[in-house]
Design a binder for this molecule. Structure first.
Ligand code: UD1
Length: 414
């Protein structure tokens, strides 16, 4: 069944281990294409987007073994450079296969990528970065071919610190001759995970200055290696906000508070108490959370856009009026009408929502419209009195490996 049933209105008490990061493993899987040998990745989440990336790797000739959280990619015999439309259009992060295939084969053909419906999401910055490395582009309908006879390092000034464009630039630059400087590079921890993996395979990459310049000395051949995928800070944040909505005390294992400072600030302003262990985060929610004056989403280390819907869900039960502003994506309030069905009092005006906290939400049948908005509805359902049915669970399966088990571990009824 493409739905999740939750019986809510009870505080959460319990602990669970946080899965490996979706946004880290996807570009790292693409990066295995640059390794003329075998890569082993541990702590990989078992989610739909990872399955899709595995299909893309297999389609170009990689031999992939996947099971028990481990993925082994043998990229020794890559033979194709056309990525099948079926998988490319399923998720936006398929676009990072471009940089990797350009690096390995010097050419790639791809349809325009798909992904969550949260705004237009163009790839103009990715393409400008490629041109800066001497790559030629040719468009025919919705298909794009990129090719180069000789990848040359260069200077890539990004107009915005796009996560995907930074990843694509790094992947192509690693294989290019000479040095590449990426200015205004994204600072998300997932970029550091990608650089960490590439260094482990023999690449020469570092951040410079305040971290916004990434310097790649390209041309080294990459060797087989084994890498551990870090925890998923967005999954951790989702559960912490679920606990703020429902109340109680939860402990997340294998989570690092240093990557969640912006969220921690908001949780504390709402009255939550956080305790950090060596490898864990414990949150005690207040009797009733307090509203926050204004939270704006921003690039890292700002408040993550991927935790915006979950925050709106938690604030819909907080005492007072809060404002949440989305600055990274347009059209990212698609969970709002569904939260309103559960009794939330939320007004949307352009890129802002005003949330007036209500005393209680009620269980309802609601529809997930995309991944994080769907997770937000599950968190709201844990707090809402009575039974909720969240439809379109396939969106949620794109990013949450074991949502049911995690919620059960945290004491929720699902
Ligand atoms: C990644 C994450 C996603 C997260 C987002 C922002 C993955 C797999 N996905 O997505 O979960 O929400 O970062 O933290 O890691 N843009 C352009 N032109 C471009 C590229 C981007 O205009 O060429 C715009 C986008 O439309 C968006 C903004 O830049 O408004 C941010 O996008 P970007 O940082 O590239 O996000 P993604 O890499 O797609």
């Amino acid at each position: 069944m493409d739905s999740i049933h939750i019986c809510g209105g009870y505080p959460l008490y319990g602990e669970t281990k946080v899965q490996g990061s979706k946004n880290a493993v996807l570009p790292i899987l693409a990066a295995t294409v640059l390794v003329d040998g075998v890569t082993t990745l541990n702590n990989c989440p078992d989610i739909a987007d990872v399955h899709c990336m595995v299909r893309l790797l297999e389609s170009i000739g990689c031999v992939v073994e996947y099971g028990g959280g481990r993925i082994r990619v043998d990229a020794g015999h890559i033979s194709k450079t056309r990525l099948p439309r079926e998988y490319v259009t399923r998720m936006r992060s398929s676009v990072v296969m471009m940089g990797a295939l350009l690096g390995r084969m010097g050419n790639v053909t791809i349809s325009y990528p798909g992904g969550c419906v949260i705004g237009k999401r163009p790839i103009d910055m990715h393409l400008r970065a490629f041109v800066g490395l001497g790559i030629e582009l040719e468009e025919a309908g919705d298909t794009l071919t990129a090719r180069t006879k000789c990848l040359q390092g260069g200077c890539i000034p990004l107009a915005f610190p796009s996560v995907g464009a930074t990843e694509n630039s790094i992947l192509a630059a690693v294989a290019a001759q000479g040095e590449t400087q990426i200015y205004n590079a994204a600072r998300e921890p997932e970029i550091d995970a990608l650089c960490g993996f590439l260094r482990c395979a023999g690449a020469d990459i570092c951040r410079k200055g305040d971290g916004s310049i990434i310097c790649v000395r390209g041309g080294q051949s990459l060797h087989s290696c084994c890498y551990h995928i870090p925890f998923d800070r967005i999954v951790a944040g989702t559960y912490l906000l679920g606990c703020m909505a429902a109340g109680g005390r939860i402990c997340l294992k294998q989570a690092d508070g240093r990557e969640l400072t912006a969220l921690a600030g908001v949780l504390e302003a709402m009255g939550g108490r956080l305790v950090y262990g060596e490898d864990s985060i414990t949150l005690t929610a207040p009797e009733r959370a307090q509203a926050v004056p204004c939270v704006r989403t921003a690039v890292y280390p700002g408040y993550p856009t991927d935790l915006q819907s979950q925050l709106v869900a938690a604030l819909s039960l907080a005492e007072g009026e809060s404002i949440v502003e989305e600055t990274v994506f347009e059209n990212r309030f698609r969970a709002v009408p569904e939260l309103v069905k559960m009794g939330a009092d939320i007004r949307t005006e352009g890129s802002r929502v005003t949330v007036r906290g209500v005393r209680a939400l009620h269980g309802s049948q609601v529809r997930a419209m995309e991944l994080r908005g769907g997770a937000a509805l599950c968190m709201a359902a844990l707090a809402a009195k009575g039974e909720s049915r969240i439809m379109n669970r396939h969106f949620i399966d794109r990013g949450y490996e074991a949502l049911e088990q995690d919620i059960r571990n945290l004491g929720g009824r699902i």
